[in-house]
Design a protein around this ligand. Structure first.
Ligand SMILES: *[C@@H]1O[C@H](CO)[C@@H](O)[C@H](O)[C@H]1NC(C)=O
Length: 404
């Protein structure tokens, strides 16, 4: 599956019915293979109406009204309609709050060919990929068109050759979905991180096999982290988990009972950074989610000098060390505050930086050298302030200037 960079706005969300469900309407693109076009894909606008999305009780939604598809709509407009009330999907209510100004939602629909199924399946299965910008939610759904009763002499969608409901939508049911509620996470070096991935299914034979694979992809290299195989009717016994060398774990019982395929990585190293692909296969259906892991480690900041004593006309050097941080970017600032200053001010001279040193564990160190001129007033406080992505607020160390 190719992931394209097109972002569309989610458009409306409507209706909250009494039971904490809402209809979500997304503007999507329908993508078809098409020989002759430059990128071989034809894109056309499509609408996805997710009926009865479980969102819990959210007060602000009471004012909304149910979505009513336009009657007598143009049959060439592709409108997919799917009821999702039987699935409780964590965080899906994010789609309700997605809006054109704040969060963008990418939604793409294409045809799907279930593995090993023949008979019409190629023409009536669809794959929907939904991603909320910012990584708070992503899902992949496999839909199947619901056959319409013959007597309805229904209109057809000319492009898809499938019958339309009376309101002009294409009724589908969700057979399978894979989702992630944390598509990007940061974890501290040597700490642990949970790579989040879950799945839901419907109408699956209970002895169908579930196969889960987590693979890490980084700088063009891929490796399998953990795989697991079990049957849907096998609440714990038969789960077969195979690990790679990486310290990781998956709860086999949770996979079957909750559809939770999350994996915990322990003792995280810099080399564990990258994209992790959660692949779930049940019978003929297969879907995946990508979760990005970033490793962050805050610098430890200190001066190498214990005191700063100015003598006569000689300048003194102050060295501020930032040790063992990750990733590379770090910002060092020098400030000074004389006894008469109300607040510290940026030092005129910002010192000079050493080059980065890289350690065996992948972390970096750097130091900044400041030459303190002899005319600095005694009692002046000199501060080295360090900013880094792993720090919520900059870290400072400071020292009082003494004179001999
Ligand atoms: C899976 O379980 C863990 C706790 O064990 C939880 O934090 C996580 O949100 C669950 N993920 C899904 C997708 O259900």
């Amino acid at each position: 599956m190719t992931v394209t960079g097109i972002l569309l706005c989610a458009f409306f969300t409507t209706c909250v019915c009494a039971s904490g469900v809402a209809d979500v309407v997304l503007s999507c693109e329908f993508i078809e293979d098409s020989v002759g076009l430059r990128d071989n894909f034809a894109r056309s606008p499509a609408t996805l109406i997710l009926r009865e999305v479980f969102v819990g009780s959210l007060e602000s939604l009471e004012a909304l009204t149910p979505f009513v598809p336009p009657s007598n709509s143009d049959p060439r407009v592709i409108m997919f309609e799917s009821k999702v009330s039987s699935f409780k999907i964590p965080n899906i209510d994010i789609l309700l709050h997605a809006d054109c100004n704040e969060r963008e939602v990418m939604c793409e629909i294409s045809r799907y060919a279930p593995h090993g199924l023949k008979e019409r399946s190629e023409s009536d299965h669809f794959l929907v990929s939904i991603d909320v910008a910012g990584g708070a939610f992503g899902t992949l759904l496999i839909l199947r068109a619901v056959p319409q009763a013959d007597d309805q002499t229904s209109r057809m969608n000319p492009e898809l050759g499938l019958p339309l409901s009376q309101t002009g939508t294409m009724l589908t049911e969700v057979l399978f979905l894979v989702f992630s509620t944390v598509k990007s996470l940061s974890a501290p070096l040597r700490g642990a991180g949970l790579l989040n991935c879950g799945f839901r299914h419907q109408d699956m034979s209970p002895d169908e096999e579930v196969h889960i694979e987590w693979r890490q992809q980084h700088r063009g290299r891929g490796q399998i982290i953990i795989t697991m195989a079990t049957r849907l009717n096998d609440p714990e016994g038969g789960a077969m988990v195979r690990h790679s060398s990486k310290d990781s774990s998956m709860d086999g019982a949770q996979v079957v009972s909750e559809g939770n395929a999350s994996v915990t990585l322990n003792n995280i190293q810099v080399t564990d950074e990258g994209a992790y692909i959660c692949s779930v296969t049940i019978g003929p259906y297969h879907g995946q989610q990508v979760v990005n892991l970033q490793v962050v480690q805050a610098p430890s900041v200190s001066f190498s000098e214990e005191k700063l004593i100015l003598k006569g006309n000689t300048a003194q050097t102050l060295r501020c060390h930032c040790r063992q941080y990750y990733p590379l970017d770090v910002q060092v600032e020098w400030l000074s505050q004389s006894p008469t200053d109300e607040e510290p001010a940026i030092f005129a001279d910002q010192g000079s930086l050493s080059s980065h040193r890289k350690h065996g564990d992948g972390t970096y160190s750097l130091s900044s050298h400041l030459v303190v001129p002899p005319d600095v007033v005694p009692g002046t406080r000199i501060t080295c302030r360090v900013s880094h992505v792993a720090l919520d607020a900059p870290v400072s160390v400071s020292m009082l200037v003494e004179h001999l």
